[in-house]
Design a protein around this ligand. Sequence first.
Ligand code: HEC
Ligand code: HEC
Ligand code: HEC
Ligand code: HEC
Ligand code: HEC
Ligand code: HEC
Length: 495
Amino acid sequence: MSNEIKNEKPRFSPFRNWISLLGMVLSLGSLFSFAMLFTMDVFAKESNPYLGVLTFVVAPSFLALGVFMMIGGWLFSHRRLVKQAKGVSPLLLSIDFTRPDHRRNFVVFAMCAMVFLLVSALGSYHSFHFAESVAFCGQTCHVPMKPEYTTYLVSPHARVGCTQCHVGPGAVSFVKAKLNGVTQLKNTLLSSFPRPIETPHNLSPAQDTCERCHWPKKYYGDVERTFTRFLSDETNTAYTARLVLKVGGGDATHGPVGGIHWHMNLGNKVEYIATKTDRQVIPWVRFTNTKGEQTVYKTSDFKDDPAKSHVRTMDCMDCHNRPAHQFRSASDSADLALSLKKIDSTLPFIKSNLVAILSHTNATEAEGLAYIDSSLKKAYPKADAKLVAAAIMETQGSFTNSIFPEMKADWRRYPNNIGHKNWPGCFRCHDGKHKTEDGKKKIEASDCNSCHLILAQGAGEELGKLNPKGLAFAHPDSASEGKDPDCVTCHGAGE
Ligand code: HEC
Ligand code: HEC
Ligand code: HEC
Ligand code: HEC
Ligand code: HEC
Ligand code: HEC
């Protein structure tokens, strides 16, 4: 149609050409998407770190492209105009509403633009939901998130969205998460993420995450847990401990205040200073009771000025730091498979071999799986082939669920603070070494029945003899009996 306007003198306007118009629609569309994404994000029940990439990177990129097209079109038509002035036949696009063909074209154009806007609105809406989803967090970012995603899928929280624990409500965590999301996406694209991924230690406080679902005042009372273990001797001797954990509660309207959940900070408050960001060494603890009276406990080597250190208020995550990503240790994986009888415990030294095999360092998952296959075949050349095949399959399964060579992620990198056997856990404070200034009071540790009662221990017949008052611990390895109660010295990092 542009060829039809040969003799008319076109009135010049920067947007009177189709390229600029398209650019304009694109800019409007992306502005519109930006506004939609932004509003959805602000009003959403929970925010998503990666949505920021769409809102602040993708939408503005299209905006920039649109603006670029508008200017490009303008320059293009401007050049045509100049050429026309020199007597060269112009190819200029222009719109004149007095002309029926232009009116018709404009209607078609306007309709297309409407459809485009609608599609971009739908697109924004779907991107929003996709970025919100667990699939996005766990799978899109496949390599770096694989360890956390896999462990999450076998955790009690497999149905809880990543953002429920990782992004708290409020404007500050909103902006923080946005910035984080952009950096993480960049790192993924450049493959420059740390291996293993570091534990953030900056999750929003439990009040904003865990306590949106878990009512801190709930009284749990006694919780029974059975730990079935196997020794590394030839017969893989079983050792089971049945414990009653005195979880209790922290609020008098629901039950007696006391027990493990006493630390719930409902009336009293426990604060601490850790020497490093991994929070494994805690030399200073301050306890404030309901009346506001404070007691400070510290170890003898703590000389820093507490006022200058970062003081953290204890919450759920100081004990339950692996609610969704538990990296099972080699020993725990072996114990589980043996206790479920998925691996036959008549295979001599099977526990010991499994621990050695799962502790072997591999460069890739494929290498690890092959190593399990070849080492177990080598260790049991004469055993029933079916038993060995089952052991191989089960061990490979444990491996893919909790050991991630490509990301260097396994139990050795991620301590679990819930107990005290494999990591310091409770004994970071309850080690008997945290005392008041005058030395008269300390955080209790010596009594093995203060946090739990050992109802029964041992194997077979012995397990039938329950003692409601709690048994004295009979360490399964008699050589270690009565030695240092600090279990970690021998059992450290999953041993
Ligand atoms: C039940 C709450 C919860 C859910 C759900 C959850 N996480 Fe976590 N996540 C945590 C906690 C707690 C930590 C450790 C934080 C700390 O110690 O400071 C963590 C740590 C991480 C880390 C750091 C590396 C590490 O293991 O310490 C990554 C990465 C991570 N989570 C990703 C995810 C992804 C991806 C999802 C969803 C597939 C998810 N998380 C779901 C609670 C959760
Ligand atoms: C969106 C809701 C939700 C959030 C947020 C959440 N949880 Fe849970 N949690 C659950 C549900 C539901 C269960 C029970 C799962 C079951 O028994 O099927 C559970 C179970 C648990 C258990 C018991 C696990 C077991 O082995 O039986 C612990 C401990 C726990 N959550 C701690 C936490 C901590 C710590 C956080 C914060 C980092 C958290 N939860 C955040 C919903 C949530
Ligand atoms: C002082 C450490 C500590 C703190 C702080 C703590 N817990 Fe626990 N919690 C435990 C221990 C120990 C158990 C016993 C179960 C176990 O050993 O796995 C437990 C058990 C639980 C259970 C499971 C009860 C059951 O019936 O199996 C839930 C759910 C739970 N805690 C949630 C929370 C939530 C939510 C918070 C924060 C408001 C919290 N805990 C704070 C140590 C703690
Ligand atoms: C950051 C330090 C710290 C950690 C970690 C810690 N505690 Fe405590 N705990 C304390 C302090 C402080 C007290 C109160 C001491 C006092 O009476 O002055 C206490 C008291 C207790 C009590 C007695 C509560 C009552 O009824 O009066 C129990 C039981 C307990 N802790 C269990 C645990 C368990 C189990 C763990 C690990 C899952 C754990 N604690 C981890 C600091 C800690
Ligand atoms: C500060 C509280 C506390 C004290 C004191 C304590 N324990 Fe425990 N213990 C725990 C908790 C919590 C667990 C559960 C860990 C879990 O859920 O995985 C546990 C688990 C255990 C287990 C099972 C370990 C396993 O993984 O097979 C044994 C055995 C045990 N304790 C023995 C002892 C002995 C012996 C003492 C005395 C030297 C002692 N405990 C003192 C809190 C305590
Ligand atoms: C002096 C070193 C030492 C100390 C300290 C120690 N253990 Fe052990 N423990 C051993 C040895 C060695 C074995 C036998 C390991 C084997 O055969 O695989 C063992 C086995 C066990 C087992 C059964 C097998 C297993 O691997 O789970 C449990 C449970 C256990 N110890 C709990 C504890 C607890 C709880 C503490 C702290 C109160 C503790 N131990 C302190 C050396 C020690």
